[in-house]
Design a protein around this ligand. Structure first.
Ligand code: UTP
Length: 408
């Protein structure tokens, strides 16, 4: 793109303040900022503040889950199928660790957070311990791909190095960076982070497979013959990773994806619910559902929309490749965005001051033909650390870890 084209694009999109910044830069700075601007998705930026542009939901219907009682009956068989697949090298794991953990408020990667009480126990360590339970049982390592972002990549990699990969085989671990997206104020003006840089932040957890492809990590998946990827969040310290029973049940079901779900604590619990939308699997947020849908019940008295997702999914790699370039909905979220003001001062807002644009992994489910809804027991598998105290916090996760016999 020539300089004139660049300035024209900025003016066309009412970003004169960026033009002013750009003009003051030396050649190196201009090159850096121009490269960032060339990557801006203007159709996404123009959605800021326009609720009406949000995708409307289709026809919702309940999707039954493979419930715990049924899983228990077939556990040995599922486990055998799962272990066989793991031994055959067909299953890999993807740790989504590119988020900024703003609610927890700790600087740096969330996985570095120490949740130990009498000894050190880092979130990353906890997850690796969970994975080691499986690899010991299977007698082989599972390829682990760790997604980071520009904001935490170096720190994440050096932490794994420093801690000797928490006892995992380092040759089975690969890191890759996710894409970044710009943020804007409530009027759609791009925020600047410094004179020669837009304010960029990780673009949500939904671009993970695309990022695996563009960073070349997908070549490793294919070279190793991995057919399934189990993706999981960094903050649920209790979850089973590459759980052979989950893998076996999904393979046995013939579905191309699987999602671990927990029974809702009450109809109004704020979780994304796995259901059908226009006949395809879909995850719908509580605020997208009417009261009637939320409270509807099956003949046995159970809620019709009873199962919430916990960000632990299994995907068939060949199907992911097919949907990789399909357009996913962009979620526009109000956030506190630190930025550099026109006078060069740095502002760290106390309240949300603009929008970030995110893709979410839960939207991938709707692009696939089917998904096994696999129930797990909340108290054994769901201890997310989002906040310092209160709900989904370090405190609640510690209590659940102790309940499950994890020494802190
Ligand atoms: P959250 O939605 O809880 O976001 O991420 P977060 O960034 O960790 O925390 P807050 O909202 O700022 O407090 C759920 C999972 O998705 C990953 C996170 O690392 C976590 O494992 N994630 C999120 C990414 O990998 N990239 C992103 O851009 C966002």
């Amino acid at each position: 793109m020539t300089e004139n084209e660049l300035l024209k694009i900025l003016k066309e999109h009412d970003q004169e303040h960026v033009v002013d910044m750009y003009k003051k830069l030396d050649e190196k700075g201009k090159k850096k900022l121009a490269a960032q601007i060339a990557r801006v998705d203007w159709s996404m930026i123009s959605m800021a503040g326009h609720e009406e542009m949000k995708q409307k939901r289709g026809k919702l219907e309940p999707l039954s889950a493979l419930e715990v009682s049924e899983i228990e009956k077939n556990k040995a068989r599922y486990e055998e199928i799962g272990i066989d697949a793991i031994k055959a090298g067909k299953v890999g794991a993807v740790l989504l660790a590119g988020g900024q953990g703003t609610r927890l408020g700790s600087d740096g990667p969330k996985g570095k957070y120490n949740i130990g009480v009498t000894k050190d126990l880092f979130i990353f360590e906890c997850l690796i311990n969970n994975l080691l339970d499986v690899t010991k049982k299977a007698g082989c390592y599972v390829p682990l791909y760790v997604m980071t972002s520009d904001k935490n990549h170096e720190e994440t990699v050096s932490f794994f190095e420093e801690k000797n990969y928490f006892g995992y085989e380092r040759n089975f671990v690969k890191f890759f960076k996710q894409e970044m997206a710009p943020s804007v104020d409530f009027n759609g003006k791009l925020y600047m982070e410094s004179e020669d840089s837009l304010s960029l932040s990780p673009n949500g957890n939904g671009g993970w497979f695309y990022s695996m492809a563009v960073t070349g990590v997908l070549d490793d998946v294919k070279a190793k013959g991995v057919e399934w990827l189990n993706i999981f969040a960094v903050d649920n310290v209790l979850q089973r990773i590459v759980d052979p029973v989950f893998v076996g049940a999904t393979l046995d079901s013939g579905c191309v994806s699987g999602a671990k779900v927990v029974r809702k604590a009450d109809p109004n619990e704020k979780v994304g619910v796995l259901c059908l939308e226009d006949g395809r699997p879909s995850i719908v947020e509580y605020y997208e559902m009417t009261d009637e849908i939320i409270n509807s019940r099956e003949p046995n008295g159970d809620l019709s929309y009873n199962f919430g997702v916990i960000l632990n999914y299994l995907f068939r790699v060949d199907k992911l490749e097919k949907i990789m370039n399909e357009k996913m909905p962009v979620h526009i979220v109000e956030k506190k965005i630190p930025y550099m003001a026109a006078d060069g001062t740095y502002v760290n807002p106390e309240e949300p001051n603009g929008y970030k644009f995110e893709l979410l992994v839960l939207d991938m489910i709707h692009l696939l033909d089917d998904c096994l809804s696999f129930e797990v027991v909340r108290d054994y598998e769901f201890a997310p650390i989002k906040n310092k105290t209160g709900v989904d916090s370090v405190d609640s996760a510690r209590a659940l870890l102790q309940k499950n016999g994890v020494e802190l």
